[in-house]
Design a protein around this ligand. Structure first.
Ligand code: GLN
Length: 285
């Protein structure tokens, strides 16, 4: 009978042969998920023999991972900004950069005492997908009134499951095409929209092809959705509020122009951890 450590070693070699990056970490996370323990707990259980009924689902996971199915779709969850979220093909797999967007929004709020003094900060997460941005903000800011919206019914169903998992029943989750069905006004609008140029579809990695296309692509230069929503977003913001966006690696100056044309002030684009200008923040005075 193989032990936990032997299975991790074997699975790691299998994934490495198939060109999967971070093979050992992937294998550890799949084993931890099937044994319903944390990755750290695996270290304490290295010598524990695995029974056949534990091994056969793992073999299936390993095969799927070797075929390029994303790890997050196999384990069914993802850690985002210190919380666990359900994750599957109904919405985009949350990227690590987007956690930085959440941190930036929290920092930006602290810089604006007028916002902090409000009885309740109204926040919209437009294109919420699995809900990670809006639900993280709702969890961090107990007095905030958060709305999450998306065009995709599939994504909304997943966001609702995450809302239940995180026990945030006061967050409102609504169906809307852009701002079409958004009725309220907000102090903060956060948005990680589809922003990849259509032409890049041909170069997308196997893993990105498991994300819904709706969440990824937006016209010839990737900015079609931005052009649609930025003017409307300005009308939906309370004065003293701000918008915080995630954009593609080469879209900072184009997005800053769109923001400025929409009437925004104090526009600045923050870099992500790779040094790429990634997160424009702009204020409505
Ligand atoms: N950040 C994602 C990627 O690079 C794209 C997500 C998006 O369009 N918002 O694949």
């Amino acid at each position: 009978m193989s032990t936990v450590l032997e299975i991790i070693d074997k699975g790691t070699r299998y994934l490495e042969k198939r060109g999967i990056e971070n093979a050992r970490l992937n294998m550890q996370l799949m084993v931890a998920q099937r044994l319903a323990c944390s990755r750290m707990q695996l270290y304490l259980d290295f010598d524990r023999p695995l029974k056949e009924d534990e091994l056969s689902p793992l073999r299936e996971d390993l095969k799927r991972r070797g075929e390029g199915i994303p790890l997050q779709h196999i384990t069914g969850n993802v850690e985002f900004h210190n919380r666990n979220f359900l994750c599957d093909s109904r919405a985009l797999i949350p990227r690590p950069e987007t956690e930085e967007l959440v941190s930036l929004i929290l920092q930006e709020i602290k810089k604006h005492p007028a916002l902090l003094q409000k009885e309740s900060i109204h926040i919209l997460d437009l294109c919420t997908g699995s809900g990670v941005i809006g639900l993280s903000l709702a969890a961090e800011l107990p007095n905030a009134q958060v709305t999450c919206s998306d065009l995709s019914e599939d994504a909304l169903a997943l966001a609702k499951e995450n809302r239940a998992e995180l026990n945030l029943p006061h967050v409102s989750i609504i169906h809307s095409d852009g701002f079409q069905s958004v009725e309220d006004h907000f102090d903060i609008i956060a948005c990680n929209p589809p922003y990849i140029a259509n032409a890049e579809k041909a170069n997308a990695s196997q893993e990105v092809n498991h994300d819904p296309e709706l969440a990824l692509y937006s016209g010839e230069d990737g900015l079609d959705f931005m052009r649609q929503i930025l003017p409307e977003s300005y009308n939906k913001l309370n004065s003293g509020g701000f918008i915080a966006l995630e954009i593609g690696y080469d879209q900072a100056s184009a997005t800053e122009n769109l923001l400025s044309n929409a009437g925004y002030s104090e526009i600045s684009t923050h870099k992500d951890l790779n040094g790429i200008p990634r997160f424009p923040i702009a204020h409505k005075l």
